[in-house]
Design a protein around this ligand. Structure first.
Ligand SMILES: C[S@@+](CC[C@H](N)C(=O)[O-])C[C@H]1O[C@@H](n2cnc3c(N)ncnc32)[C@H](O)[C@@H]1O
Length: 230
């Protein structure tokens, strides 16, 4: 079935990141390709999320929020700092007749008194954008009552290295980007109040890049389930 107005709405927006199947043969033209689907497989989400409240932080167009809704979550809240991402999410929400809620919100502004707490919190591919990673993890811990699923770009040292939080420049807007080692990110999670951690998988391995002064580190993304201390 054709949905000409939906196709026009999609075409009027730029910078689509997720590929979301909206039915009727229409998929959003995300630059992320298959990555989200593969990440979702790695996350081993329960078949049913009935009775659970899910928060998707840095949701972009909401691929993972809509998946949580399909799994029967009681409430799904999708938040992002960028209004344009939430406009694109809204197009998907209407097409899917979804009840996912959305809000323009920065992780640094989380407050359990106003937001409540969530059984499952998703923080996927946001960590490396952060300027204040310790503050973000504290804020995430404050609104998590169950588990946090976090994806982090990690440094894989080619030679034995000290545990360090590496900071590098080199984003396309000249911003700092964070590149922790595995042991550092696990320590940071523990320090924020997440007692147990489980590595769910790694993907998108990249070789060392001498042009960015990263000649002794490879990079990859690790997906971790971190359980909040009670
Ligand atoms: C690379 S996308 C990841 C989208 C999705 N989570 C995924 O894994 O496919 C990162 C998203 O995080 C959002 N973001 C960056 N910093 C944020 C912050 N401090 N608080 C909330 N969202 C943030 C960006 O606007 C962007 O939409």
């Amino acid at each position: 079935m054709m949905h000409p107005s939906l196709q026009v709405e999609i075409a009027c927006q730029s910078d689509w990141f997720h590929c979301i199947d909206l039915g009727g043969g229409i998929c959003t033209p995300g630059s992320d390709g298959d990555h989200s689907r593969r990440k979702l497989d790695m996350m081993k989400m329960p078949e049913s999320l009935q009775g659970k409240r899910v928060l998707d932080v840095g949701c972009c167009e909401g691929f993972f929020s809509f998946d949580a809704e399909r799994r029967g979550a009681d409430r799904v809240l999708a938040v992002d700092t960028r209004p344009a991402a939430l406009v694109r999410l809204d197009i998907c929400r209407r097409a899917l007749k979804s009840k996912v809620e959305s809000l323009q919100l920065n992780v640094y502004d989380f407050d359990a008194k106003t937001m409540g707490t969530f059984d499952v919190v998703l923080f996927l591919a946001v960590f490396h954008h952060l300027r204040y990673p310790f503050l973000a993890l504290d804020k995430l811990a404050s609104i998590t009552s169950g588990s946090l699923l976090i994806e982090v770009v990690e440094a894989v040292p080619l030679v034995p290295a000290e545990d360090a939080l590496l900071v590098r420049r080199g984003g396309d807007r000249g911003q700092f980007k964070l590149l922790p080692t595995r042991s550092m990110i696990l320590l940071m999670l523990q320090n924020a109040g997440f007692g147990a951690t489980e590595i769910l998988g790694v993907h998108r391995r990249k070789p060392a890049d001498p042009s960015k002064q990263l000649f002794s580190y490879e990079q990859q993304r690790v997906v971790i389930r971190a359980t909040k201390n009670v």
